[in-house]
Design a protein around this ligand. Sequence first.
Ligand SMILES: Nc1nc(O)c(N)c(N[C@@H]2O[C@H](COP(=O)(O)O)[C@@H](O)[C@H]2O)n1
Length: 178
Amino acid sequence: MSKPPTSDEHEPFLRQALEQTAFCEPVQTAFCVGCVLVAYLPDSNPIVLSTGFSRELPGNTHAEANALAKVQILSSLQLQSLVSPWPGEAAPVIEDLLHHVDVYTTLEPCSVRTSGLPSCADALIRARIRRCIIGVREPDDFVKCEGAQKMKDAGIEVIWYGGLEQECLDAARRGHHI
Ligand SMILES: Nc1nc(O)c(N)c(N[C@@H]2O[C@H](COP(=O)(O)O)[C@@H](O)[C@H]2O)n1
């Protein structure tokens, strides 16, 4: 069995998510967020499956949804090369793999979007990820975010990392005139 990571083991992945924020095009109406999806499989080191940042994919897209979308389009062959050895007998299926995935995100996943598009918290709940490790709570600059509570209520373990809060907040607000 793979050992659960300690809080120090989270830091490299949250830092990797923080690096993703540098790629965001800043806008006044939303935050710059970075995300990394990491699979924890038995007898294997953690595997980075995908990364994402705000507005990376075309349209008004969010970091967490982008990281999910990028892994959901992988072919079975691509998944197999990423997650070898896969513990099951059949080829890996993304829906199964996601139950072993921790989501590292610099900002609390959104629960409500000003655009009315689907929220990241709902997308992560639907994907039935294992845990969500969050850099900082979303400040009330735009909306009141209840993403962490929503995920907890749905049975997803939420971990507030705590050690990179200011960096994550500064990254989120990059380019904002406040
Ligand atoms: N968690 C998260 N990830 C992102 O990539 C984001 N841009 C945000 N921002 C939040 O979403 C709201 C913007 O909603 P629209 O993109 O305009 O629909 C903004 O109010 C933040 O709450 N959050």
